[in-house]
Ligand binder design. Structure first.
Ligand SMILES: C[S@@+](CC[C@H](N)C(=O)[O-])C[C@H]1O[C@@H](n2cnc3c(N)ncnc32)[C@H](O)[C@@H]1O
Length: 332
């Protein structure tokens, strides 16, 4: 990112929170759903949202200013991206990720960022998992958020013939479900915290994969991992744990894999020169509430993976500017 030179760029960053809240409020009020069938007038939307005239007009004006909706001759209409990704009946919908995880859980946590920087806010993004209702919200949000990268990764790896996948911190099972659908011989074990595996069981049953995906409840750092795996997947786990836990997770992965098995690490990565990309650099910030958490680069993690004994390490981009997949092979 080039250094900014215009004061308006500072303002854009400073007011970004208002823009985010406008997006979340529009999602929560189901504005994008109401416009899914075509343009509608303010008076029509007032009745359906139950939001008083001036307030709704102010919210919609903000939405128009952000490009989320258009104000045309026939009334308000969804912008193309909102029609595709923020209408709840769309197959590509992921608005619940923003509603339940970012608006409900992450941004309230970030209100304490100043304290966290001074180690006065001992908390973690994953503290919410101790509360069954919040774990449910988080995991439902993560499910719709992870289906996109899972769809990319199932095309980037060839697991033909693999029969055992250990999905460590597997959340809802978005990755296990996607990979089991793609590779018919594959069976998966999802290891995650108890309030999360309860939710995963719902998704596994809903996908009709209860005979191929099982759950194992526990803390990944203290639960015994099943061995003789063809594939171990760590998706969005390393960013959450402390720095010292990362080599330990690689050692546990190495021990759980059979010779010739594959380690898949999917996570946020900043570039080796640590100058971006912005999305990944920002995503490490909520994790600094954990005093031991670290932001990592591909080169940094490759060294740690190699030190454990893995070879043939490759890195691929998954969500552009945000996440990457590291693939490593255990010599057989
Ligand atoms: C962002 S979610 C990602 C879930 C899944 N891997 C995916 O990519 O969709 C991170 C997951 O890590 C789990 N997690 C965090 N720390 C953990 C630990 N120590 N042991 C087991 N699971 C953990 C959380 O419960 C959560 O489900």
């Amino acid at each position: 990112m080039a250094p900014i030179s215009d004061v308006r760029e500072i303002s854009n960053l400073a007011y970004g929170f208002i823009a985010s809240k406008v997006l979340f409020a529009a999602l929560n009020a189901k504005i994008f759903d109401m416009l899914a069938g075509g343009p509608r007038r303010l008076s029509d939307l007032q009745g359906e949202t139950g939001i008083g005239g001036n307030r709704l007009e102010t919210l919609l004006t903000a939405c128009v200013s952000l490009g989320l909706i258009e104000d045309g001759a026939d009334g308000f209409a969804n912008a193309p991206a909102c029609q595709q990704y923020l209408v709840s009946t769309s197959p590509l919908y992921f608005g619940d990720y923003f509603r339940f995880q970012i608006d409900r859980q992450l941004y309230p946590l970030l209100l304490n960022l100043d304290k966290a920087l001074r180690a006065q806010a001992p908390a973690s993004v994953y503290d919410v998992m101790e509360n069954p209702e919040e774990a449910d919200y988080f995991t439902r949000a993560q499910h719709v958020g992870s289906l996109g990268p899972a769809a990319v990764i199932q095309k980037q790896v060839d697991l033909t013939g693999a029969t055992r996948l250990l999905d460590v911190a597997g959340g809802s099972g978005a990755f296990s479900i996607t990979l089991c659908r793609r590779f018919p011989t594959l069976h998966a074990t999802i290891l995650d915290l108890p309030n999360v595996t309860r939710v995963a069981e719902r998704y596994i049953a809903g996908a009709g994969l209860a005979d191929r995906i099982r759950v194992l409840s526990g803390d990944a750092l203290s639960t015994t991992w099943p061995g003789d795996q063809d594939v171990v997947l760590l998706s969005y786990l390393l960013s959450a744990v402390g720095g010292p836990a990362i080599p330990r997770l690689f050692q546990l992965s190495y021990a759980a894999l059979r010779g010739g098995g594959t380690l898949l690490v999917h996570d946020f990565f900043v570039d080796d020169d640590r100058r971006g990309p912005r999305g990944a650099a920002l995503w490490f910030v909520p994790f600094l509430f954990n005093p031991e958490a670290v932001s990592f680069t591909p080169a940094g993690l490759q060294d740690k993976i190699r030190a454990v004994g893995f070879r043939d390490i490759e890195v691929r981009h998954v969500i552009p500017g945000l996440t990457r997949l590291m693939v490593a092979w255990k010599p057989g």
